[in-house]
Design a protein around this ligand. Structure first.
Ligand code: ATP
Length: 346
């Protein structure tokens, strides 16, 4: 069977077609189609319970799908293919280690059962994840973040072409997150494919070249991050209650039918219009001609609003090292823009 290529004809590092996974009555994956290009960091983004871990577990052969097919590195991937996992490094859920062995001894134990590992590779990996100094300590004395870093070192041990990481920032402190981000970017620059699941937008925004957004077991959007964001460009205006109809008519005359929607903000009337942010002055002019004077005007593209619109869910916006951290469960809000309460944009 011919392997699946992307639009440019390049091979895909991962492709899934029609993946379905049910747990009793729960449909965890509902026909998932992923196309992950080679040599990128791919951010697999979705709210809690969307199906990210289920996907990861299928990609690493931990569970079987009920339907659909998977190709890894250009070849169909089935249950009998476990040796091919030497080409695939993964960190899924909490990594398991022998607590009474040191970090280095744990990596040796893993290397002994996996693909042949060149001499010096273990120390090199310990260095990459910043654990060289503590490599001789027992893992039982490691913090959660140190165990997470050891997990990433273990995933890199076989020098895989494809790296699958489920929520890799879990348990890492801000310095650890920055170090991990640098490491993953370097791996992609060296031609490897890094597939990272996350429900933290700030992390994906800073890390990924390509993003796939999953909601309720289905892919709802996929593409290069900059393209997704430019498709999401909006201008938002705050107006008086009494001007709603006139303003909507003026904006739709400017930007086209169905270009304008009211944001879910009970405290003020905000309209969002899909329009080039660089031409925000045209929005202002169109409103003024209709006799509407905006109290505020904001322009820009935000991953948060795309996520909210596509998933109907509020993402965790920031990483712990981001001073603008928004508490989980708080609706994402572009800087200075209207706050859309959880539940989505009306
Ligand atoms: P999170 O961000 O919270 O980790 P996720 O996107 O990784 O979420 P999954 O863990 O893949 O989501 O779960 C998808 C759906 O499948 C959820 O409704 C979850 O409750 C359900 N599910 C996952 N594993 C099992 C299981 N072993 N038994 C029953 N239901 C499960």
């Amino acid at each position: 069977m011919a392997s699946i290529a992307d639009a440019a004809g390049n091979g895909l590092a991962i492709s899934t077609r029609g993946l379905v996974k049910r747990y009793g009555d729960i449909v965890a994956l509902d026909g998932l189609d992923l196309s992950v290009p080679t040599g990128v960091v791919y951010g697999f983004l979705g709210p809690n319970g969307a199906g990210k871990t289920t996907t990861m577990r299928i990609l690493t052969s931990l569970i079987r799908p009920d339907a659909g097919r998977v190709e890894l590195l250009g070849r169909p991937f089935g249950r009998g293919d476990r040796r091919r996992l030497f080409d695939v490094g993964s960190l899924i859920e909490s990594p398991a280690f022998y607590p009474f062995l040191s970090g280095r001894e744990n990596l040796r134990a893993i290397a002994a059962t996996g693909a042949p590992t060149p001499r010096g590779r273990i120390d090199e990996m310990l260095e990459i994840v910043g654990l060289r100094e503590r490599a001789g300590d027992r893992v039982s004395a490691y913090s959660m973040g140190m165990k997470q870093r050891l997990g990433i070192a273990a995933a890199l041990l076989s020098d895989p072409r494809l790296l699958l990481l489920d929520e890799p920032a879990n348990g890492l402190d801000p310095a650890g997150i920055v170090a991990m981000r640098d490491t993953l970017r370097r791996l992609a620059a060296a031609g490897k494919t890094v597939f990272v699941s996350s429900h933290i937008l700030g992390e994906v925004r800073q890390l990924a070249d390509v993003v796939g957004i999953i909601a309720r077991g289905k892919l709802v959007r996929e593409g290069p991050l900059d393209v997704l964001l430019s498709s999401q460009a909006t201008v938002r205006v705050r107006i008086d209650d009494g001007d709603l109809e006139r303003a909507t008519a003026a904006l739709e005359a400017l930007a086209g039918p169905d270009s304008t929607e009211r944001l879910a903000d009970p405290s003020a009337v905000w309209l969002s219009v899909r329009f080039d942010p660089d031409r925000a002055a045209d929005v202002n002019r169109a409103l003024a001609r209709a006799g509407v004077f905006a109290a505020r005007l904001e322009a820009g593209a935000e991953l948060e609003s795309l996520f909210l619109e596509l998933t109907g869910d509020s993402p965790a916006v920031s990483t712990p090292d981001d001073p603008s951290a928004t508490p989980p469960g708080t609706a994402a809000t572009p800087p200075g823009a209207p706050r859309a309460p959880a539940g989505g944009v009306q």
